[in-house]
Design a protein around this ligand. Structure first.
Ligand code: OGA
Ligand code: ZN
Ligand code: ZN
Length: 452
């Protein structure tokens, strides 16, 4: 491994509303993890364990335009099925599809914002006889034509907006320990060759947040091969990929045989990596070295339902996360300050930043608030370590565990590091690239379902 700055290239959904089924039993449960049943796993169908349709219904019937009438700020159109929709004039002008305003090859607006005015309105409106297009002539004489299908896909109604929402992001299906009975699986070779298999993996990652890929070679480098099909590997201060083994003078607790609590990786980076890959090259043959998995978003929603005030502590109090060490000659001191539960502006769980090893001892709050925060944190962890909220799965050599690092917490049971060498290679992917790949494959396979 190279030292110095090269080391920078070393190791590093919409959330469902809380439903009645998410309410946890009141009895205080133990903290013993539940082991996944291997027998049931081998019988589990590959990547078929979630209820969201594999491919959203992107093919919609296009009604065609019947007529249009001008309102004050909007153009009202009627489709041939009798349904109306309204389009703001300013939006129509801003989205003019003529070659002067829109560059087709880049799918980009190239008009200037300074040419857009608040009170823009068309002086003439034409619907083609076959209902396939709308032509507008603006007051300054500029003209643009819009196809009915283009307009219909962008209609300002909740149905069409919902269709686009599903294309943007698939809805997560939150899970509990029963997930151990239906672990989503994929085959490395199929992912490398078959776009339909790859699309299923990407959909599964959005919906369930993890997958076990089997059939990789028992050597380093498989993450690079798989990444060529999915996303670039996101580098961190531990490298583009990193080797998880028990090491002398470990720069990270993962490089020991110790138990790793359920955690999200690299919480101390402001740009925490989106998705984590763990390729098991050699597994520890005795007891230990199992992966632990939990759906942190489900547990956060339980917490919000059961303990709303404590939940607020976790969303509001800023925690210091820090990584100070030297990895292969590269010295770092990384700090990020964020709440343990981070929310989206519309009140949904964005990510849970939990890491026993990556949380710092500096705490910029009053002693009283610190005590309140610990109470909330331990309450979250009590829920997390209830048997119904997490499970164990021991990776076999040649398996790659892929987890959504923004949602699914992973951990590892301790193993006797001095007895044989356990060897895992890790890396990270990017959600933007993965969703992009999913959308591209959806479009491609819709046009040619056989993938050819
Ligand atoms: C890690 C980690 C798990 C394992 O390296 O971040 O969680 O199975 N490793 O070794
Ligand atoms: Zn134009
Ligand atoms: Zn980890």
């Amino acid at each position: 491994m190279q030292a110095g700055w090269h080391s920078l290239l070393r190791r590093g959904g919409k959330i469902l509303r809380l439903s009645a089924s998410l309410v946890v039993p009141s009895a205080r449960a133990g903290t013993t993890p539940v082991r996944a049943r291997q027998m049931a796993l081998s019988a589990a169908p590959a990547l078929r364990s979630f209820s969201t349709p594999a491919t959203p219904d992107l093919i919609r019937t296009l009604p065609g335009l019947a007529r249009a009438s001008q309102g004050q700020n909007t153009l009202k159109v009627w489709w041939r099925n009798g349904e109306p929709d309204e389009f703001p004039y300013i939006w129509l002008r801003d989205n003019c599809q003529c070659p002067a305003c829109f560059l087709d090859t880049a799918s980009s607006r190239v008009s200037r914002v300074t040419d857009l005015s608040h009170d823009v309105r068309p002086k003439e409106v034409y619907v083609s006889e076959d209902g396939a297009s709308l032509r507008l002539v603006w007051e300054d004489g500029h003209e643009g034509t819009y196809t009915a299908s283009w307009l219909h896909e962008r209609a300002f109604n909740t149905t069409q907006q919902g269709v686009h929402e599903n294309f943007y992001k698939l809805r997560p299906e939150l899970w509990d320990a029963d997930m151990a009975q239906r672990i989503p699986r994929a085959s490395f070779d199929e992912l490398m060759e078959d776009d339909a298999a790859l699309l299923k993996l990407l959909e599964c990652m959005e919906v369930l947040g993890f997958t076990v890929v089997s059939g990789a070679r028992h050597e380093e480098g498989e993450l690079h091969r798989l990444s060529e099909r999915v996303s670039y590997l996101v580098p961190s201060h531990y490298g583009t990929t990193f080797t998880v083994k028990s090491k002398v003078e470990p720069s990270n607790p993962a490089y020991t045989g110790k138990y790793l609590d359920l955690h999200s990786d690299l919480v101390f980076l402001h740009y925490k990596p989106c998705v984590q890959l763990l390729h098991c090259i050699t597994q520890f043959s005795g007891d230990g070295g199992d992966s632990i998995l939990a759906d942190s978003h489900r547990v956060a929603l339980q917490m919000r339902e059961l303990y709303p005030q404590k939940f607020r502590f976790l969303t509001d109090v800023l925690v210091n996360f820090r990584d100070v060490a030297t990895d292969e000659g590269f010295e770092f001191d990384i700090i990020a300050r964020k709440p343990m539960i981070s929310m989206t502006p519309d009140g949904e769980i964005k990510t849970v930043n939990i890491s026993t090893t990556g949380r710092d001892s500096h705490f910029g709050v009053s002693p009283k608030d610190a005590v309140g925060w610990y109470d909330a944190y331990l309450t979250y962890c009590d829920l997390l370590y209830r048997p119904e909220n997490h499970f164990l799965y021991k990776l076999e050599a040649g398996e790659i565990l892929i987890v959504d690092n923004l949602r699914i917490l992973h951990g590892r049971t301790g193993y006797r590091a001095y007895e044989g060498q356990r060897h895992v290679q890790g890396g990270y992917w990017d959600w933007d690239m993965m969703r992009s790949r999913r959308r591209v494959l959806q479009k491609k396979l819709r046009e040619s379902p056989s993938g050819v």
